[in-house]
Design a protein around this ligand. Sequence first.
Ligand SMILES: Nc1nc2c([nH]c(=O)n2[C@H]2C[C@H](O)[C@@H](COP(=O)(O)OP(=O)(O)OP(=O)(O)O)O2)c(=O)[nH]1
Length: 145
Amino acid sequence: MHAESPSPPDGRGNAAIRVIVGAAIVAERKVLACARSHPPELAGMWEFPGGKVEPGESETGALVRECQEELGVRIAVGDRIGDDIPLGHRRTVLKIFAARLVDGQPQPLEHAALRWLDRDELDEVPWLPADAPIVAALRAGPWLS
Ligand SMILES: Nc1nc2c([nH]c(=O)n2[C@H]2C[C@H](O)[C@@H](COP(=O)(O)OP(=O)(O)OP(=O)(O)O)O2)c(=O)[nH]1
């Protein structure tokens, strides 16, 4: 028996940390918001496209893959927005990156709906609760101005 030490906030040196990456895709001063279609308890809540970083994958690589799978687009990944966000599940963090479209127009291949939101529209959709600090950072920061 041993006491577990707290997870380091950035996951460095701890392979057990699960990272979920999300893309704040910005175009013409608007950010792309996506309505989840599953699981039932999350359906209808809005998020940034993304998902789990798979073993052996970089965070950027995972984000590019997820946006291709979910939206049918190629993105270029930019700077981090906000800090690591601990999720409810043990040892899971959410990291959001700014991104821009390189090829294609987003299609809701896995989501129930997509919306481009300008700064004044950010509160018009029910975001997943964990995304609140990112939405606040988008409102306060340079990305949508
Ligand atoms: N993609 C994404 N997930 C988010 C956000 N905010 C947030 O709390 N989450 C949570 C919801 C889910 O519990 C988890 C992501 O799981 P997921 O099901 O989208 O990941 P995935 O596509 O790799 O999973 P899978 O369906 O392939 O099993 O992170 C967000 O803005 N974007």
